[in-house]
Design a protein around this ligand. Structure first.
Ligand code: HEM
Ligand SMILES: CC(C)=CCC/C(C)=C/CC/C(C)=C/COP(=O)(O)OP(=O)(O)O
Length: 322
């Protein structure tokens, strides 16, 4: 099977599926961060614009983002079953391990996509629902089916899928988007390359085996380390930019500057190392792993600072009682 055609791979069921398998199909840990960034957009929009939505509706809109993210994950696993069977990291996923048949994962992904978009529409408005549909299609179709197997820029262009959630949260409140919402989009967009390429330095042999043209496979580890540093140099000040638009206050300013400096330090350590090269020192691989782990903490803390600053008070505000 060519790595650009996965559509007719058959993987028969070889063991009964458990609830855990269906949860895993939704990429739950990634879903949590996706939901968190959407929640930050929702909370910040209420605080900045003074518009508040019914807390039950806010809860349903947040649930819709979770369902949409899970749906996109299931569609990704349906299409990528051939790649996932080849790579050690992904070989125990529900489809390659023979627990869930591919067509079942696809059906689940499609049904959940429809339900999530409909829920979002009912709970908020057409713009938020449209943006949610766009991000599901962006990850499930554009990134997974068109970009991933074709170009080493796959995750740069495809990264936009994961950058939509704060904009969706913002739109769910106001029915529109502003520069601040797109600034949050830009932060996640420029965060994605260092996030993923740090991991790809450790996993490049696996991607090579699976025929996926990730940057270290096509351009080598040194070029990947350069790109990681370049994106981080751009991301660090970008992460602090909300302070200058009024979206971020003192808490956000302190957090974003500390996080930006730490990210730069860790990216520079990887840049100076031989991580990803043939016979790389174990210490270098540890540095790349450390950068990958920190990238997740970075995004979590940055958006936690936004939520802290704009306050859960706005999120739970009951119209008429505020
Ligand atoms: C094109 C974009 C992205 C790519 C290619 C990518 C790739 C990956 C990969 C390969 C892993 C390792 C998973 C594992 O070890 O099994 C991972 C982990 C993770 N990613 Fe990303 N990611 C992307 C975007 C995002 C976004 C937008 C978020 C959330 C906002 C995110 C959140 C996470 C989290 C929380 C983990 C750790 C949980 C886990 O290990 O499953 N990622 N990512
Ligand atoms: C609201 C909404 C629909 C959000 C969806 C966006 C979303 C879940 C983006 C995450 C992108 C992601 C985890 C890519 C993983 O790459 P991969 O699939 O190549 O990684 P893998 O090798 O682990 O499968």
């Amino acid at each position: 099977m060519s790595s650009t055609d996965a559509s007719d791979l058959q993987l028969p069921r070889t063991r009964p599926a458990t609830a855990v398998d269906y949860v895993q199909l939704m990429k739950p840990r990634i879903m949590m961060l996706v939901v968190f960034t959407a929640l930050a957009g929702l909370v910040a929009a209420q605080s900045v614009t003074g518009v508040s939505i019914n807390p039950v509706m806010a809860g349903i809109a947040t649930l819709a983002v979770a369902l949409g993210s899970g749906a996109a994950g299931a569609i990704n696993m349906w299409y990528d079953a051939d790649i996932d069977s080849v790579m050690k990291r992904t070989s125990t996923r529900p489809i390659p391990s023979g627990a869930v048949p591919r067509d079942e994962a696809l059906a689940m992904g499609l049904i959940m996509s429809g339900v999530s978009v409909l829920l979002m529409w009912l709970a908020s408005n057409a713009l938020a629902a449209g943006l949610l549909a766009l991000s599901i299609a962006y990850y499930g179709w554009f990134y997974t089916m068109l970009l991933k197997r074709r170009t080493p820029q796959n995750i740069v262009v495809g990264g936009a899928a994961g950058a939509f959630p704060p904009v969706i949260g913002w739109a769910a409140v106001t029915g529109s988007t502003t520069l601040d919402a797109w600034l949050l989009f830009a932060i996640i967009f420029f965060w994605t390359p260092p996030h993923f390429w740090a991991l790809s330095l450790l996993a490049h042999k696996e991607y090579e085996k699976a025929g996926v043209p990730m940057l270290p496979v096509t351009h080598g580890a040194a070029a990947t380390r350069n790109q990681i540093l370049a994106y981080t140099i751009f991301l660090a000040p970008l992460g602090a930019l909300p302070v200058f638009t009024g979206l971020g206050g003192v808490v956000y300013a302190v957090v974003s500057v500390i996080l930006g400096v730490a990210f730069l330090y860790l990216a520079a350590r990887v840049w100076r190392s031989d991580a990803g090269d043939a016979g790389a020192a174990p210490a270098s691989l540890k540095k790349a792993k450390g950068l990958f782990g920190f990238s997740i903490l970075y995004l979590f803390l940055l958006f936690a600072a936004l939520i802290a600053e704009h306050g859960f008070g706005a999120y739970i505000a009951v119209p008429g009682l505020a």
